[in-house]
Design a binder for this molecule. Structure first.
Ligand code: TXA
Ligand code: MG
Length: 326
């Protein structure tokens, strides 16, 4: 992949004030690429109705294939107009939007989301983020914004503007710098395509909360490769190898710790949450992985993380980061 698609000095860092939001929205409306914070991770935005703008996302990320992208809008009503929502989908939309949930539903006739943003599917992934900067930008842009996580393909998702620039400086028009994101893992993705809702990706809304709203268990995703092609096993891969559920790190291994009882390690150690709080651990996950990846001489050992609540998404991302590279 060409690392010099654009002049490296060309990516602007915009503030979250009115002038910054206006500049970002103008750039999006003109077909540009603008990274922006959501409450989960930073997204790399482009006008979802403009196939050429969406194509530029794939080029900037160096994505090997066209995965369907999430279309972001500012309000529940705007999202409801873009898709065919069954009773479960509408209940989930009203319960969790704005927030870290993505719903995959059949696209509404005339919604205008470009084929490329949907990777040719007749469904659409929709999300109404709650982050005030995302809200302001989506309102100002006045159209659905396609946005995958703002990282190079195969890298971990960015939770700060600096992470975005580490991966994409010179390849995108601007990043709106809204500081560190709050949730830290991506949105939960649920498909409502008739029949029982299917969990495509665990994320910022815990499974238990979703099941409470729909009144029954979520179906597990089976044909993930065809339903959510972006969910490659090795999608969230740092360069260093990862070993999971480790209580005794090997000599020289970096340690990604969790909780109070941290084993002795002679490599670098970062703790996701010394108090054992899963929300804090999710917020720290990708930043700590990046830091340890840069520091690790011989791999990263990860302590066990409980699987309930946000722990399901954290364990999912760690399993992907540890998967053999394809
Ligand atoms: O928190 C998030 O979801 C972030 C922020 C920026 O919104 N976005 C994000 O996007 O994580 P991305 O592209 O890295 O992951 C989106 C996932 C992919 O696995 C993709 O395959 C799936 O959503 N997806 C999107 N539209 C879909 C559709 N119509 N059918 C099935 N899967 C879909
Ligand atoms: Mg991603």
């Amino acid at each position: 992949m060409d690392d010099k698609l654009k002049d490296p000095s060309a990516t602007k860092r915009l503030r979250t004030d009115a002038a910054g939001i206006a500049a970002a929205a103008d750039s999006l409306r003109a077909g540009g690429l603008v990274a922006f914070p959501t409450e989960t991770v930073y997204g790399l935005g482009a006008d979802a109705t403009d196939g050429r703008a969406v194509a530029a996302i794939y080029a900037a990320k160096g994505r090997p294939s066209f995965n369907p992208l999430i279309a972001h809008v500012a309000t529940v009503e705007a999202a409801l107009a873009l898709g065919e929502f069954d009773a479960d989908a509408e209940a989930l939309a009203r319960a969790f939007w704005p927030g870290p949930l993505t719903l995959v539903v059949p696209m509404a006739a005339g919604a205008g989301i470009s084929d490329l943003a949907r990777a040719g599917l007749d469904t659409v992934g929709l999300r109404v983020p709650s982050h005030p900067v995302a809200q302001a930008l989506l309102t100002a842009a006045g159209r659905p914004i396609a946005a995958p996580s703002a990282n190079r393909s195969g890298h971990v998702s960015p939770t700060t503007a600096d992470h975005v620039l580490d991966d994409l400086d010179g390849r995108i028009d601007a990043v709106v710098d809204g500081g560190a994101t709050e949730v830290g893992v991506e949105s939960t993705i649920v498909a409502c395509l008739g029949g029982a809702p299917v969990l495509l990706r665990p994320g910022g809304v815990p499974r238990e909360a979703i099941e409470k709203v729909i009144g029954r268990p979520l179906t597990a995703s089976t044909g993930e490769a065809t339903i959510a092609p972006g969910m490659l096993a090795s999608h969230y891969a740092p360069q260093a190898g990862l070993r999971l559920d480790v209580m005794a790190p090997a000599p020289g291994e970096a340690l990604l710790a969790f909780g109070r009882d941290v084993p002795v390690a002679d490599g670098p150690v970062l703790n996701l949450s010394p108090s054992g709080d899963l929300a804090e651990a999710a917020a720290n996950l990708f930043g700590h992985l990046r830091t340890l990846d840069a520091a690790a001489a011989c791999g990263i050992a990860v302590m066990p993380i409980p699987g309930e609540g946000l722990g399901e998404a954290i364990r999912d991302r760690l399993a992907r980061a540890a998967a053999p590279r394809s």
